[in-house]
Design a protein around this ligand. Sequence first.
Ligand code: DI6
Ligand code: FE
Length: 405
Amino acid sequence: MPDADHVWYRARLATLSPQRDGLGIVDDGLIAERGGMIVYAGPAADAPSGLATANRIDCEGRWITPGLIDCHTHLVYGGNRAHEFELRLAGASYEEIARRGGGILSTVTATRQASEDQLVATAQRRLDVLIAEGVTTIEIKSGYGLELATERRQLRASRRLGQLNPVTVKTTFLGAHALPPERAGDSKGYIASVCDEMMPALANEGLIDAVDTFCEAIAFSADETAQVLSRARDLRLAVKLHADQLSNLHGAALAAKFGALSADHLEYADEDGVAAMRRAGTVAVVLPGAFYFLRERQAPPIALMRQHGVRIALATDSNPGSSPLTSLLLAMNMGATLFRLTVDECIAAVTREAARALGLFGTTGSLEAGKQCDLAIWNMERPAELVYRIGFNPLHARVFRGRPT
Ligand code: DI6
Ligand code: FE
């Protein structure tokens, strides 16, 4: 094997390779990288000879995991909703606030007023926090514009964040997030403009990697959702779905019917929905930050997901209304504490399974030859420390596409 650009040695690896059991642990591990790609990851003893490089990094026994992946965020928006938080503390519910024209619509007003530069600058501060925790890939949704110009601005701001930072950004068009105030009473007309105007235009501009819809009693019905997803499929765009978060509209089964990469939230999903997801290979993305912040009572059916072999990812759902969370490590802790995921499930959920939820497992999400060299290097004695602490960041270093950052 020819020379490497970097070699990390004396490392303990959690490879997350599907070829290995559990976290795919290698005790005396070595990773070699060339041109941003992993050329070897495994036991030092089995490493090919001749991996000559001037850049040999002694990890002194530290752990290396794949760079973390936050596969569901609404990171780009104007303003914040601290005032609504106060209203909720005084007894109002999330649904009541939404029905009174607050909620998502108050963020829509603030986002429409923000320039692209302002959207980039405010999201940058949140992204910095995620990057500092070892995140190397993030999904960012639109959905706070609800008209073409602002949806475009949000998606362009998201793409720019990817150009400005050592992180891969995947964009999701969430035009069907709420009914905009100027279309009140006309959800049919609005869905038509999402499908026939916004989606094709934005797809044409290369701004959309996937299409999502908020399928919920306070948002869009199953029929309206199906229209959006079927239009996305016609345009050959991947689909995802906000499904069964606050009530059971059979969103899980609907996502599966459209071959969605993921169905997200899923607190109220039933066994038929879970079984359909398994058959379609749709990943379950659970979002304990929203569950916690809205003080929900019904946790997603994790036992059914395990029983049916549905893959489980975890994300922050970072957004101003239901999950103002910018810590994927804390999301893991909540996944374990609130949803009773195991440590191994939590770590897989922010690496391998999160990559699958974005259709990216061919390029990232595990430490294997042929993948992008996206690494998180941790000061810890055992992987459980990633999940166990609350508000402590054990990251030692981060590598994005082979470059220490
Ligand atoms: N589900 C959520 O949890 C967020 N969006 C969605 O479809 C909430 C967004 C917000 O309240 O601003
Ligand atoms: Fe969300």
